[in-house]
Design a protein. Structure first.
Length: 398
């Protein structure tokens, strides 16, 4: 266990110089006038995501889903998954870019009246082809558009993170309850074979009693500013890497240990003079303590070499995942008694289709949602605690 647990002083002061200039999110640099505004707006064609060569088949009796926001993830992952799942299909698209919307709609065989703009979104209330809405907008827009979807009488699957604050999450849950419709947060890793296998292995005692866990979700932003990338805009992204990429590590720490943390310490960096980070943090590190005594170190950064890794160390061995929570190609190895074993777990690509299938089952069969709004609320409360701990330099009890 000692290999992972460094001294708290070493870990939490690794970015000490940045912490002094990087208070909790409430005190981050104010949004600049050149920032992308906090509203749904038409964006250019994304730099990734392929359209189908022929319109996908619409399965009889499947749930029609309107996709709100046509960025790379929507085109490259969400829409293909909705088409692949047995009980869902793309029934409409919503975008502020009419040319992009028309191109996507044509690829999915949608009629002209299944193309909505952000201004005409409310009209989906009268469209019986649409039973559910998939919100794939920047985080700062999730709460408002989820509420509007519920007001239109539709079920909602919303991308992660659920919202910018626990208060917004609570609004979304209340809107779901008022409408009597399902709310699911698109936590894809809960449907990903490698992560599910890792959970089973750890529950079965594959590494003995868990003592330490380490997660890293890092990459380096290229040249960008809040004027041209919403992930760098406080009003759209919150604090930055923690809500975006680091949320995978936070989630992994909880579902791999099977526990929720009882306290947290943290630090954060917001480099002075870097045009990428005038509004959001560059790096956040947190140390989570669990009821069992296990300790998790979580690191996430927009300004580090790419790394997507989880290490779980126990009394009887070490489990490693690298990549741990990618779109594809995730892996597991177990190290026990000096022997390293690669574990076969299945195709990571299945996570998207399985997530959509689960959403459909919850709607059609009334089954319990694995990743409900309450999970998203829990995670935002934890993120808020991490920022409080980074601002105070002390321990925050949960």
């Amino acid at each position: 266990m000692g290999r992972l647990i460094q001294s708290r002083r070493h870990f939490l002061q690794a970015s000490g110089a940045g912490l002094a200039a990087a208070p909790w999110i409430a005190g981050c640099a104010a949004a600049q006038s050149s920032s992308i505004p906090r509203k749904a707006m038409g964006m250019p064609w994304p730099n990734w995501g392929e359209l189908p060569d022929t319109p996908p088949e619409v399965k009889p009796g499947s749930i029609g889903v309107a996709v709100v926001g046509l960025g790379g993830y929507a085109i490259g992952k969400a829409m293909p998954a909705l088409s692949a799942a047995e009980r869902t299909h793309v029934a409409a698209v919503v975008s502020g870019n009419p040319e992009k919307a028309a191109k996507v709609a044509a690829a999915y065989g949608l009629p002209d009246d299944a193309v909505y703009s952000y201004d005409t979104f409310a009209r989906i209330a009268d469209d019986d082809r649409i039973e559910a809405v998939y919100i794939v907008l920047p985080t700062g827009l999730h709460a408002d558009w989820t509420e509007m979807a519920f007001a239109a009488g539709k079920h909602v699957i919303c991308e992660k993170p659920m919202a910018l604050s626990s208060a917004e999450c609570a609004r979304m849950i209340a809107a779901s309850q008022k409408a009597g419709k399902k709310l699911m947060i698109a936590y894809r890793c809960h449907f990903e074979p490698v992560n599910l296998t890792a959970i089973d292995l750890l529950r079965d005692g594959a590494v003995g009693t868990i003592g330490a866990l380490e997660t890293a979700n890092n990459y380096r932003f290229g040249p960008a500013t809040p004027a041209n990338d919403w992930r760098l805009v406080k009003a759209l992204a919150g604090g930055g890497p923690l809500e975006d990429y680091g949320l995978y590590g936070l989630q992994a720490a909880m579902y791999l240990t099977g526990e929720e943390p009882v306290s947290v310490r943290a630090s954060a960096e917001q480099p002075v003079g870097d045009p990428r980070f005038t509004e959001v943090f560059a790096t956040v590190r947190a140390e989570l303590s669990f009821p069992s005594g296990a300790v998790a170190k979580v690191e996430t950064s927009y300004d580090s070499d790419p790394l997507n890794r989880v290490i779980v160390e126990g009394t009887g061995g070490v489990l490693r995942m690298q990549p741990a929570n990618g779109y594809s190609g995730n892996t597991i190895t177990l190290e026990r008694s000096g022997i390293t074993e690669a574990i076969s777990a299945g195709d990571s690509d299945l996570q998207f289709e399985r997530m959509c299938a689960h959403f459909a089952d919850a709607i059609r069969d009334g089954t319990e949602i694995r990743t409900p709004g309450e999970m998203g609320l829990r995670d935002l409360k934890l993120i808020e605690a991490i920022y409080r701990a980074a601002a105070s330099g002390g321990t925050v009890t949960l």
